[in-house]
Ligand binder design. Structure first.
Ligand SMILES: Cc1ncc(COP(=O)(O)O)c(C=O)c1O
Length: 404
């Protein structure tokens, strides 16, 4: 039997790293800590933080649907009809007719046979990959894939190979080396969340077909943004039918929380019965489900929102470039402002915040040390005046800090 001294020592050792972790406190002491800022009011493009109105230039609310009257009404109606939560798994007591409707509507919208809805976008990728990739099978990931794709691969019983961002030559070598008789899945982000560039779906499909792999595209940042009607990355290239599996989230264009996987009926049926992140968690709440259904409809009947989004994206991209900023290889409404060193990025974030513009600093380990950035993203509902206000702040602060 361990005595009480031994057990105290071992508990202390697992907790010791928490005591040693002081980096966040040091940054807070300098007044530069940018995370967990509570928003006390939100009017779509403008939020109140620390008592001051600020332009939201760092959301994923691409179409500005979080405050759309139809979305709010649908959510409120569902809240009163079904209550505040499902209190259980889809598998057991938590399935609503609303979930089934949403699955049908999403499958139709993205042009796949069937769909399942998860309680988060994170869970959708986790559940897709861990549910599908079994022992002896392989999953191939781009090194800039979202963390939930990486975690899905870790949770699966298969093996994982990773290739440098967009490096299809390396992907081909990895596919060549894999056992031709074993299942293979390639998973990429359709639009990369920190760079704003678009996956080379035609190139990926060519390799997948050649080596008998299935392609899954996470369209978190592409749904509502890319494609003739906002159907996503495959549609952007005219290849939607060829993409085997589409994953997505409701926390961006669809203005809520939750996620989905759309694929052939047999694949979805398999996931419904094998995906642990789908089965062992509570279902998406009624108000969210109804809100997403309404948002999906608005997305289709108000295409002018997507046009405005792209107009705003071009205004911000061109404005930043003409000021002398590097915005990398972005092709979408995600516009990273490459600042460089960590210290300058944090000061720049703080100065922009004080000037009334909310952006997201992205620092290691998310990006290499010398490539720190402020991630900005536009919404369809930003006005030209709001974008110009942000550009003026970037001009003034960038010059003061010697960033441009
Ligand atoms: C590419 C990508 N996939 C998945 C997710 C996870 O989605 P959610 O935040 O809705 O769980 C995100 C979220 O940031 C993302 O950027």
């Amino acid at each position: 039997m361990p005595n009480s001294t031994t057990s105290t020592t071992s508990a202390a050792s697992i907790l010791e790293k928490c005591v040693q972790f002081t980096r966040a406190d040091e940054i807070k002491a300098q007044g530069l800590y940018p995370y967990f800022k509570p928003i006390s009011e939100s009017e779509d493009t403008v939020v109140v933080i620390e008592g001051k109105r600020r332009i939201m230039l760092g959301s994923n609310n691409y179409l500005g649907l979080t405050h759309h009257p139809k979305v709010l009404e649908a959510a409120a109606r569902a809240l009163h009809r079904y209550g505040s939560g499902c209190t259980g798994s889809r598998f057991l007591n938590g399935s609503l007719d609303l979930h089934v409707q949403l699955e049908g509507a999403l499958a139709e919208f993205v042009g796949k046979e069937d769909c399942i809805v998860f309680s988060t976008g994170y869970g959708a990728n986790l559940g897709l990959i861990s549910g599908l990739v079994g022992r002896g099978e392989k999953v191939f990931l781009d090194k800039l894939d979202h963390a939930c794709i990486v975690d899905g691969a870790k949770l699966s019983f298969g093996e994982t190979d990773r290739f440098n961002h967009g490096d299809l030559a390396t992907l081909e070598r990895l596919l060549q080396r894999a056992d031709p008789g074993k299942g293979k899945l390639v998973v990429v982000d359709g639009v990369y969340s920190m760079e704003g560039d678009i996956a080379d779906v035609p190139g990926l499909l060519r390799l997948c077909r050649k080596y008998g792999a299935a392609l899954a595209v996470d369209d978190a940042h592409a749904l509502g943004v890319l494609g003739p009607n906002g159907e996503g990355t495959g549609a952007h290239f005219g290849l939607q039918d060829d993409v085997d599996i589409i994953a997505g989230t409701f926390s961006k264009s669809l203005a809520s929380v939750g996620g989905f996987v759309a694929a052939p009926e047999r694949v979805i049926n398999y996931l419904r019965h094998h995906s642990r992140p789908f089965i062992f968690t509570a279902a998406l709440p009624p108000a969210n489900t109804a809100g997403v259904l309404a948002a999906l409809e608005v997305l289709q009947v108000e295409p002018e929102r997507r046009e405005r989004l792209w107009k705003n994206a071009r205004r911000l991209q061109e404005g930043l470039r003409s000021l002398g900023y590097s915005i990398g290889s972005t092709e979408t409404p995600i516009v990273p402002v490459l600042v460089g060193p960590l210290d300058r990025t944090m000061v720049m974030w703080r100065n922009m915040f004080d000037a009334g513009v909310f952006t997201n600093p992205v620092v290691p380990p998310a990006v290499p040390t010398s490539q720190c950035r402020l991630r900005t993203s536009v919404m369809a509902t930003h006005t030209e005046e709001q974008i110009d206000f942000c550009l003026d702040a970037f001009a003034r602060i960038g010059r003061e800090l010697g960033a441009i």
